[in-house]
Design a protein around this ligand. Structure first.
Ligand code: ADP
Length: 376
């Protein structure tokens, strides 16, 4: 929570399938300086009650510092707010799903805004108003703060949340959703919770950082024994994500049988990478014979999802003749392998003609957009 003298007057919340993102403005109650600060925080949508509790706290303080109506006292839903009332903007699917709940718990009116429109308003704000927010990524120059040198519009926004949306943006508040894929952040989150012992998304990203995808992915080199230069494929290019798993697993099993049981099984020790695996409900004696680790699986799936999105993003940019692509959504979470994969895919397929951009507050485009739609 902000410190006890901060006044919070304006809150926006973007409630998605996985995460509820909150943005609020606070300023020092007795400060003579103009301005204040924007604060960012997110909660799992499953724990929406905790998120609303957090907002209720902010509201209490707001009321106390403003000498407004009794904190938390519910007023008739729909009645216009008094001047000291907290302004709550909401967007995302949860703005509909939890509408009644939010109004009841907070006792304030809630203004709903369109999700896609909020995304691009948020992005436009970050591009035009916030220095050191937008950057390009490459292995040699990881976080290079830069904006397009030519016109901002048109551009492609790829929002990677639970699912993925592709938006063609031709001007301020002028956009069209041109595509989507259900293979997104929720897919990585869900599948890695089945396949590894990781319990949180950040644990999954940590695993991915330590993994070796060549243990599970079938590479061009695995098929050709070398590269396939004629069509521009390096021996390390992934030919089939997870394509080596079946063979490796069966090999390990038959070796285990030959040596008369589990004791002689050749397997990589998972514990080195992932101490959580031992506690995993899915960890059985069978799993322990796997010649690859949870980390290897995580890296492979992160690559698979990111490459797929990068490829679709490139194709969309070609179809719609867009040379700037912005990647947003909490899936990215500043993770270097994710950004490198997306960036590399765009650069590779476009032969350098199209530029991928990332944002420091990538998960908060929608929440910031909703925040800006009604300034107090
Ligand atoms: P949505 O609006 O659909 O909830 P987000 O842009 O918030 O989408 O992105 C959600 C995705 O972000 C998740 O599916 C997951 O891949 C990733 N993610 C990032 N941080 C977390 C986290 N702390 N908990 C769960 N998922 C997270």
């Amino acid at each position: 929570l902000p410190n006890h003298t901060a006044v919070v007057s304006h809150i926006a919340i973007d409630i998605g399938g996985s995460l509820a993102k909150l943005v609020y403005f606070s300023r020092e109650a007795h400060s003579t300086e103009p301005g204040g600060r924007l604060n960012f925080i997110s909660f799992e949508t499953e724990h929406i009650d905790q998120c609303l509790e957090f907002i209720r706290h902010l509201n209490h303080k707001h009321q106390a510092l403003n000498g407004g109506s009794r904190p938390g006292s519910p007023k008739t839903p729909g009645s216009p707010g008094g001047s000291s009332d907290l302004c709550v903007m909401a967007t995302g699917g949860g703005a509909y799903k939890y509408y009644d709940m939010i109004r009841e718990v907070l006792g304030v009116d809630v203004l709903r805004e369109d999700e896609m429109e909020c995304l691009i308003i948020g992005l436009d704000f970050f591009i035009s108003e916030i220095p050191r927010e937008v950057f390009t990524y490459s292995e040699t120059d990881p976080m290079h703060f830069a904006l397009p040198s030519d016109n901002v519009y048109p551009y492609l926004l790829v929002n990677i949340g639970s699912g993925v949306s592709f938006l063609k943006v031709t001007g301020p508040r002028n956009y069209q959703r041109v595509g989507g894929t259900s293979l997104g952040g929720g897919t990585l989150w869900g599948l890695l919770s089945l396949l590894t012992g990781a319990r949180t998304f950040d644990e999954m990203l940590e695993l991915a950082s330590n993994g070796d995808n060549s243990k599970v992915d079938m590479l061009v080199g695995d098929i050709y024994g070398t590269d396939y230069g004629k069509i521009g494929l390096k021996s390390t290019t992934i030919a089939s994500s997870f394509g080596k798993v079946f063979r490796m697993k069966r090999q390990a099993e038959s070796e285990a049988e030959d040596s008369g049981g589990l004791g002689g099984a050749e397997h990589e020790d998972d514990e080195e990478h992932d101490p959580n695996d031992d506690n995993s409900s899915s960890s059985s004696a069978h799993d322990k014979r796997r010649p690859f680790s949870s980390a290897d699986i995580s890296r492979s799936l992160l690559y698979a999802i990111s490459n797929n999105i990068g490829q679709i993003a490139f194709l969309q940019s070609q179809i719609h003749k867009l040379s700037h692509i912005y990647f947003g959504g909490s899936f990215i979470r500043g993770h270097t392998q994710t950004m490198n994969t997306l960036s590399y895919a765009i650069k590779f397929w476009s032969k350098g003609a199209t530029q991928a951009y990332f944002l420091r507050h990538e998960g908060y485009l929608g929440a910031v957009g909703a925040f800006l739609k009604r300034q107090p």
